[in-house]
Design a protein around this ligand. Structure first.
Ligand SMILES: [Zn+2]
Length: 152
C-alpha cells in the first residue's frame, strides 16, 4: 500500500476540516441557489434546508494545498482524476459540463448526511474513517448517496 490513510487520519482531520470549512464559506457567496427542480430533488434526497444549498461550477474540484492532505485526497479517490462532484456542507462543487440530475441528487444526499451529523466538523471524521477503513466505493455514506441517485 502506497498510503496508509488509517494511520495518518488523526493528524489529517484538523487540517481537512479547516480546509473544508474554508471552501464551503467561500462557495457560499460564489455559488448559485438551486432552481425549483433542484430544490425538489434536494427535498427528495431528504435535505431539510434545501434553500441553503449553493452550487458552484468549477473547472477542477478544489484541492488542498497542504501536501499530505492533497496526497490523501487524491490517492483515496476522493478528489482523484475523474471526480466531478464534491459536497462540503451546503456547498456542492461540480465540474463544468457534468451537472446532471443524477449527480445533483447524489451530492444532495451528502448534504442530508452533513445535516444529520450537524456540521462539517462532525461529518468529516465519520466519512473519512469509513473511506480509510473500507475504501471510497464501499464507504457506507457513499453507498447511501448512490442509493439515492435519481431524477434521471
Ligand atoms: Zn459521493
Amino acid at each position: 500500500m502506497a498510503f496508509d490513510l488509517r494511520s495518518i487520519l488523526p493528524q489529517l482531520l484538523p487540517p481537512a476540516i479547516a480546509w473544508a470549512e474554508l471552501q464551503s464559506r467561500q462557495a457560499e457567496h460564489e455559488g448559485q441557489n438551486l432552481n425549483p427542480e433542484g430544490l425538489e430533488l434536494a427535498k427528495r434526497a431528504g435535505v431539510k434546508r434545501p434553500e441553503l444549498i449553493r452550487v458552484k461550477t468549477v473547472d477542477h474540484l478544489p484541492l488542498p494545498a497542504e501536501p499530505l492532505l492533497r496526497q490523501a485526497a487524491v490517492e483515496t479517490g476522493l478528489l482523484g482524476p475523474g471526480m466531478v462532484g464534491l459536497t462540503l456542507g451546503y456547498c456542492i462543487f461540480v465540474v463544468g459540463g457534468y451537472m446532471t440530475p443524477r449527480l445533483l441528487s447524489h451530492e444532495c444526499r451528502h448534504v442530508y448526511q452533513y445535516e444529520a451529523c450537524g456540521s462539517i466538523a462532525a461529518f468529516l471524521p465519520v466519512y473519512l474513517e469509513q473511506i480509510a477503513t473500507v475504501g471510497y466505493l464501499n464507504a457506507a455514506l457513499e453507498q447511501d448517496a448512490r442509493a439515492h441517485e435519481g431524477g434521471g
